[in-house]
Design a protein. Structure first.
Length: 143
């Protein structure tokens, strides 16, 4: 895992590379989890080099987010980041498996798919399309 401080224009970004595959990388950008596509790696980068590689991230990219159960309840899915609810993919009574997309949350002009990390049945929806939510706010309860 490597961390880079990159300035684009006059804005500083702290980028932590979690994992790199042949076509994508998992990174944290200023604390937000993203998966970015890699077209090609032109040269190998080692920490001893003085110049870091350039990575382009476009605002149209969708970052998958897996929501964990919150500390307030074992079966409660909380917002991992603040944002606006764009779509609900489930309704009360739906059975879901781990990895099922529950809703789409827009944050900083990026669409984030909020997925469950466990199996269950949707027992309550705490949000509706258009709602603004805070980080840690309850979104969905599973039974």
């Amino acid at each position: 895992m490597r961390t880079y401080d990159i300035t684009i224009g006059d804005k500083l970004y702290s980028i932590e590379v979690k994992a790199v595959g042949s076509t994508s990388a998992s990174v944290l950008v200023n604390g937000k989890q993203l998966t970015i596509g890699i077209a090609a790696i032109k040269e190998k980068f080692t920490p001893s080099q003085s110049k870091a590689p350039t990575v382009s991230v476009t605002p149209q990219m969708k970052a998958p987010v897996v929501a964990s159960a919150s500390s307030s309840g074992d079966n409660e899915i909380a917002a991992p980041i603040p944002g606006k609810i764009l779509k609900l993919h489930v309704k009360v009574g739906d059975s879901v498996k781990a990895g099922t997309s529950l809703l789409t949350l827009e944050a900083m002009k990026m669409e984030n798919e909020i997925k469950t990390n466990s199996d269950g049945t949707v027992t309550k929806l705490h949000v509706a399309v258009g709602d603004n939510v805070s980080q840690g706010q309850s979104l969905v309860e599973l039974g």
